[in-house]
Write a protein that binds this ligand. Structure first.
Ligand SMILES: C=CC1=C(C)c2cc3[nH]c(cc4nc(cc5[nH]c(cc1n2)c(C)c5CCC(=O)O)C(CCC(=O)O)=C4C)c(C)c3C=C
Ligand SMILES: [Fe+2]
Length: 458
């Protein structure tokens, strides 16, 4: 059994997948290659000038130019001849599809998470109009086009840069819009955990938007566009800004590291696993709905996002020896391999004892306690951003993880795992949960549809 799972994990690793499909190793692949879930907006190596020279034809053929149109075209034409959009800039994520963008794509280098509350007097009609406007803007920006009249110009010269804009509904949205009967039971408030130190002002919210891009200006441009479209309908409740490693920063694609220096994301469910969809996405029909009758068909293809702002107590963490840090997680810091040996993708041997008779991976090691095998199969797709907001009032870094976990049902994903971690995770003394949110993220829109239309118009 253990061997089977190990084989599975090794085949699931991005590098192994490439090899299995006969692809060259990442470092050997042509730079024009799109990352999973992405398209190249324009042929890498094709100069902007050449593309712009046939802009009409490019438009008709569905090619997308970074910031094409109006002032963007002017700016690009004025730039050096032969300047090509890099692979990073030209990578484009489709807006339409079964799932919203921003769940399955590789984590981007820059992220903005924003929660909004509807303004007093705004209800279902205003919310529907807002989601329609937001969807139109997201579709344009993700294609690398400006928002239209009044574009701020911040993303001029850049391509879509893997921009994704993802929309979700908080539990309070349903009361505000008279849609209480359509609220999924999966959205019931998360239970309180003993280690919670939550700031209500930075938690929850009627609406939630996740913006990710591999370029900071592209991400900021999208953030401002989303905020502007909300005017008169919704106000920002909280905003968090995060980051991850930039594509190309490492010699080959790797699992990212967090601000404690650990390889973080290894145990994530993989799309190639047979139960991946059932774990991450709401099935056709709308999910379990607490036994079937409460299923919300409008959530088909959607997912539930748990967002936790988790501060890392870095001054304390960094005082630990390397060996202690590795015991806390149960994995080696250098390469993410389990302490029981092998490589990052080797299955941990939770039964293995050391010379002293004690388990090599300690009973309270974070990776042991959070493993699906220890939680009745409970799993989630973790897709976090790191954050750093300077030094806090306590004189310590205000830095950590904006933990974003995707699952078909948080009652069978985040909640049981966090309950267990709350009871005795060796990592707990070094982290603090400071804010929390849970959002219903509907499936992706079909062509001509806006996100959430199936909830708001049926
Ligand atoms: C309730 C869910 C989880 C919270 C909250 C959480 C916080 C948290 N985790 C790390 C660092 C690592 N976590 C790792 C594994 C891991 N963590 C969770 C869940 C939560 N983590 C799961 C489900 C798993 C996977 C377990 C498995 O399948 O074996 C790891 C090991 C590498 C990996 O698998 O990703 C690290 C490192 C931090 C720093 C943190 C809060 C700041
Ligand atoms: Fe974790």
């Amino acid at each position: 059994m253990q061997h089977d799972r190990r084989r599975e994990r090794e085949n699931d690793h991005p590098r192994a997948q490439g090899a299995a499909k006969g692809l060259p190793e990442p470092s050997e692949r042509p730079t024009a290659e799109a990352r999973p879930g992405q398209e190249q907006a324009s042929g890498a190596g094709v100069s902007r000038r050449r593309l712009l020279g046939s802009a009409g034809a490019a438009g008709a053929a569905g090619l997308v130019l970074g910031g094409a149109g109006g002032a963007a075209v002017h700016a690009a034409t004025a730039s050096e001849p032969g300047t090509a959009l890099s692979t990073v800039g030209s990578s484009r994520v489709p807006f339409h599809g079964r799932h919203q963008a921003g769940i399955l794509q590789p984590m981007q280098a820059r992220g903005h998470l924003v929660a909004f509350d509807l303004v007093p007097g705004a209800g279902r009609r205003e919310a529907a109009a807002l989601l329609r406007r937001w969807s139109a803007v997201a579709e344009r920006l993700m294609a690398g086009r400006p928002v239209g009249g009044g574009d701020t110009g911040v993303a001029l010269d850049a391509g879509p840069s893997s921009l994704t804009v993802t929309f979700g509904f908080g539990a309070s949205f349903f009361g505000r819009t008279g849609l209480t009967g359509r609220r999924p039971v999966e959205l019931e408030p998360l239970p309180a955990f003993s280690a919670d130190r939550l700031d209500a002002r930075r938690s929850n919210g009627d609406l939630w938007v996740q913006i990710g891009a591999d370029d900071a200006l592209v991400a900021f441009h999208a953030l401002r566009a989303v905020q502007k479209e909300a005017a008169g309908a919704a106000k920002v409740r909280w905003q968090m800004n995060g980051f991850n490693r930039a594509p190309g920063a490492t010699a080959q694609p790797m699992t990212t590291r967090n601000l404690m220096g650990q390889v973080d994301g290894t145990g994530n469910p993989k799309p190639s696993e047979p139960d991946f969809d059932a774990r991450v996405f709401v099935p056709a029909g709308g999910g379990r709905g607490g036994g079937g009758s409460g299923a919300q068909a409008w959530m088909a293809g959607g997912s539930y996002a748990v967002v936790r702002r988790i501060r890392m107590l870095l001054d304390d963490w960094e005082k630990l020896s390397l060996a202690k840090q590795e015991q806390v997680i149960g994995r080696r810091k250098a390469d993410g391999a389990p302490l029981t040996g092998g490589t990052e993708t080797t299955e941990p041997d939770l039964e293995k004892a050391g010379a002293d008779g004690r388990p090599v991976i300690a009973a309270d090691a974070h990776s042991r306690i959070s493993a699906p095998e220890q939680n009745g199969g409970a799993a989630m797709l973790r897709r976090p951003f790191s954050y750093h907001d300077g030094i806090g009032p306590d004189g310590e870094p205000d830095a950590g993880l904006i933990f974003v976990a995707w699952q078909a049902d948080p009652r069978r994903g985040f909640v049981p795992v966090q309950r267990k971690l709350d009871r005795g995770d060796a990592l707990s003394p070094f982290i603090r949960h400071e804010a929390s949110g849970l959002y219903a993220v509907p499936g992706g829109p079909a062509e001509g549809e806006y996100v959430g239309q199936r909830l708001l118009e049926s």
